[in-house]
Design a binder for this molecule. Structure first.
Ligand SMILES: [Cu+2]
Length: 333
């Protein structure tokens, strides 16, 4: 046996001894732990999970809850666009069907937010937002017109088949032509549209009901005679930047409930699934015209998650309405 081979054999033997010691050490570790390990095992076997495990379970549950609008087919229902591309234009006809679990077009819908189906169209760079209400033919075909510019568009159908949970399906619609993608504006809390200025107050926090308040002014004066639109003084759509997840937002208060004023402030409750950038679009009606204001907000991580890195920016002071408990309560639907 050469020296080299003998050294190699010795090294292998030493490694084997250490590996065995490691395995044995791991095996007896908890038992030889003066009862502490045994106690912990009793604790676990009794079904009481340690605190950390519970929040991890919650986080797992949250992770499995897929936001709306990311799928073209879900729960047996399919958003059937019937066309793969569209030409640009201001009055581009679009028709589509929602196919049910049996593959047939769905013809029965429940009214939600005053309509049987809400169609949201937005270019993937989050410009050109439109919220329209197509008309339903007896054969289950929905029809509407859209104003489309060149680029990749995303369409969302928000509806509730009769006797089934509401759902939002999403489908891509590429529009031919050259275009320059718009950059994200970063945080943007004010929006000017047709002489109106709309501001948004409140913070989005991942995984919690976040209260948002939008305030409408015109020529510097508060607008106090907003008109009901879709059963509320505003309709807010929130989309996550990056994948355009379509988020659940509902108004906090209903016109005519005795506490909800017709402006200048409109309150909403939004639940965002994660930290990150979100774009919000508010449709509001005044003087018979529906207008859309848009905003960009950054959602914070939930308190249950790891604390975020200290950031350079000073946290925004809480606005009065945040610390005031809700008077009207959530107006769920
Ligand atoms: Cu709608």
């Amino acid at each position: 046996m050469s020296t080299a081979v003998r050294i190699a054999a010795f090294v292998a033997a030493v490694v084997a001894v250490f590996a065995t010691a490691l395995v044995v050490g791991r095996g007896i570790g908890p038992i030889g732990d003066n009862g502490e390990g045994a106690e912990a095992m009793d604790h676990t076997s009794a079904g009481t999970a340690p605190e950390g495990a519970e929040s991890a379970e919650d986080a797992m549950e949250d992770a499995m809850e897929v936001p709306g609008g990311l799928m073209v087919s879900s729960g047996g229902y399919t958003f059937d666009l019937g066309q793969q591309t569209a030409a640009p234009g201001t009055g581009v006809p679009l028709s589509f069907r929602i196919l049910g679990p049996d593959g047939e077009p769905v013809t029965g819908y429940d009214v939600e937010h005053a309509k049987e189906l809400h169609l949201i169209a937005v270019r993937r760079d989050l410009t050109g937002f439109q919220h329209v209400h197509p008309t339903l033919a007896t054969d289950g075909t929905w029809s509407t017109d859209l104003a489309l510019t060149p680029g990749d568009w995303r369409l969302f159908a928000d509806f509730k088949p009769t006797d089934v949970d509401a759902l939002t399906l999403g489908a891509d619609l590429p529009v031919a032509g050259r275009y320059q993608p718009a950059a994200s504006p970063g945080e943007s809390r004010t929006s000017a549209v047709d002489g109106y200025q709309v501001t948004i107050d409140g913070e989005l926090v991942a995984g919690t009901d976040s209260r948002l308040r939008l305030t409408v002014t015109k020529d510097g004066k508060p607008v106090t005679d907003l008109e009901p639109y879709l059963g509320a003084y505003g309709h807010l759509v929130a989309l996550r930047e990056g994948d355009l997840a379509y988020l659940h937002v509902h108004p906090d208060g209903t016109p005519g409930d005795g506490t909800t004023e017709p402006g200048p402030a409109v309150a909403f409750v939004a639940e965002v699934p994660s930290a990150g950038a979100y774009r919000l679009f508010l449709d509001f009606q005044h003087d018979g015209v529906v207008r859309t204001a848009s905003f960009a907000l950054s959602a914070e991580a939930s308190e249950a998650a790891e604390p975020p890195e200290p950031s350079d920016s000073t946290p925004t002071e809480s606005t009065p309405f945040e610390s005031t408990p809700s008077e009207s309560g959530h107006n769920g639907h």
